[in-house]
Design a protein. Structure first.
Ligand code: KG4
Ligand code: ZN
Length: 340
C-alpha cells in the first residue's frame, strides 16, 4: 500500500512516502533555530512555520518518487497529542488532500507512532514488549501487548524528561533544543561530581498515573539551585560536570523503572523511543542493561527517535489495512493519552 504520512505535532514538519512498509521518501524540517532565542517552543511560531513548509514538502516528496496524488492509496496524519495549532495545520492539509483526491484517510496518535518507530528497521519485532516513550512532551511507559493494545504503566508526574533536558540547558545558557547540547557537554564531565538521588514519589499523590511513574522536576530544581549559587565566572568545567551528573540522574531513573517493570511483567523485550532515546548516555546504559539482564532492547536509529513521519506512516498503514477510515469530522486534540 502506497502511503503519504504527515507529522506536524510540534516543531518538526515531516512528510514520508511508504510503499508496503518500505520508506521511499522521508523529509524532516526542524525549527530549532526559530525557537532557540526563546529557550523553548513558541507555539504560534511553530504552527506558522508548519503552514509555510508543509505544502512544498509534500510536493517535493511526491516528486522524489515520481508520484502524483493519484498514486497514493492512503494518507496517515498525526491528530494528537501535541500543540493544537501545529496539529491542525497537518490535519487540515491532510483532510483537504484526502477530500480533493478521494484518498482514504486515517488519523494517528503521535505516541503510538513513537511506540512503533522501531519497526522501520525491525518490522518483525515481536509483541508483547515494554515501550518507553521519552520525549520533550512525554515520559510514558507502556505494556504493548499487541498492535493497538496498550496499557499505560506509568508516566511523568511533572516535567517530561526532554523538557527537563531543555530547561537545564537553558539554565546553563546552552540554547534549544537542550537535549543534544547536554548530551555533548556531558561527555566532557564527571557524572558523579554532583549526586542527585532518585525522586521520592508520594504514593498518595493526586497526580499519579501508575505504579511506574517518573518525576524530573526535583533534579531540575536541584540543578537550578546549584547554578544560582555560582557566580558569573564559575569554572566552565563545572558546567560539564553538572550536565553529566544531571544526565546520569535522568538516565538512572529511566533505566531503573524499565528494569522494575520488565521484572514485574516478566517481559524481556523492551523498546525505547522518542527524542531523549537519542541520548548517548541512555543508549550506553541500556546496552549495558541488555547485556547484564539478557533483555532484547530495540531502539530506533536516531532519525526515527525524534519526530518523523515514517513512524506515523507505519501505524497508519496498519490501521488502513484493518479497514479504519476517518472522515472530515476527524479533529485534532492537544491531549490524548494512550492505553488508559
Ligand atoms: O520526540 P521529540 O523529537 O519531540 C517530542 O515529541 O517532544 O523529542 C524532542 C525532545 C527535546 O526535549 C530534546 O531536547 C530531546 O528530545 N532530545 C534529547 C536528545 N536529542 C533530543 N535529549 C537528550 N539527549 C539527546 N541526544
Ligand atoms: Zn514526539
Amino acid at each position: 500500500m502506497r502511503i503519504l504520512a504527515i507529522e506536524t505535532s510540534c516543531d518538526e514538519t515531516a512528510v514520508a512516502l511508504l510503499d508496503d512498509g518500505k520508506v521511499l521518501a522521508d523529509l524532516i524540517a526542524t525549527q530549532g533555530e526559530l525557537h532557540s532565542p526563546y529557550g523553548g517552543i513558541v507555539p504560534e511560531l511553530a504552527s506558522r512555520r508548519q503552514m509555510e513548509l508543509l505544502p512544498s514538502m509534500v510536493a517535493d516528496a511526491l516528486a522524489q518518487c515520481g508520484w502524483s496524488m493519484a498514486d497514493i492509496e492512503g494518507i496517515a496524519v498525526t491528530r494528537a497529542p501535541g500543540l493544537i495549532g501545529a496539529l491542525l495545520v497537518g490535519l487540515s492539509f491532510a483532510k483537504a488532500l484526502a477530500f480533493a483526491n478521494g484518498t482514504p484517510l486515517v488519523g494517528v496518535n503521535h505516541l503510538e507512532g513513537h511506540l512503533h518507530a522501531v519497526r522501520v528497521e525491525h518490522p518483525e519485532f515481536a509483541y508483547p514488549y515494554l515501550g518507553l516513550v521519552v520525549s520533550g512532551g512525554h515520559t510514558s511507559l507502556y505494556h504493548v501487548r499487541a498492535f493497538g493494545d496498550y496499557r499505560l504503566l506509568g508516566a511523568t508526574r511533572d516535567d517530561a524528561a526532554g523538557e527537563a533536558f531543555d530547561k537545564v540547558a537553558k539554565l546553563l545558557g546552552l540554547g534549544y533544543p537542550g537535549g543534544p547540547l547536554i548530551d555533548r557537554l556531558a561527555t566532557q564531565g564527571e557524572p558523579t561530581a554532583f549526586r542527585f538521588g532518585p525522586p521520592k514519589l508520594d504514593p498518595d499523590a493526586v497526580f499519579q498515573v501508575g505504579e511506574y511513574d517518573f518525576s524530573f522536576s526535583g533534579v531540575k530544581t536541584a540543578v537550578a539551585r546549584i547554578v544560582q549559587g555560582w557566580n558569573k565566572n564559575a569554572n566552565t568545567s563545572r558546567h560539564s560536570d553538572l550536565a553529566a551528573s544531571f544526565q546520569a540522574a535522568v538516565v538512572d531513573q529511566l533505566c531503573r523503572r524499565l528494569h522494575q517493570a520488565a521484572r514485574a511483567y516478566n517481559c524481556s523485550r523492551l523498546v525505547v523511543s522518542g527524542g531523549v532515546a537519542a541520548n548517548q548516555g541512555l543508549r550506553q546504559r541500556l546496552g549495558d542493561l541488555a547485556q547484564k539482564e539478557g533483555y532484547q532492547i530495540a531502539m530506533p536509529p536516531i532519525r526515527y527517535c525524534t519526530d518523523n513521519a515514517v513512524m506515523i506512516g507505519i501505524v497508519g498503514a496498519e490501521y488502513l489495512a484493518r479497514g479504519v477510515r476517518h472522515g472530515p469530522e476527524l479533529n485534532a486534540a492537544a491531549v490524548e493519552e494512550l492505553g488508559r
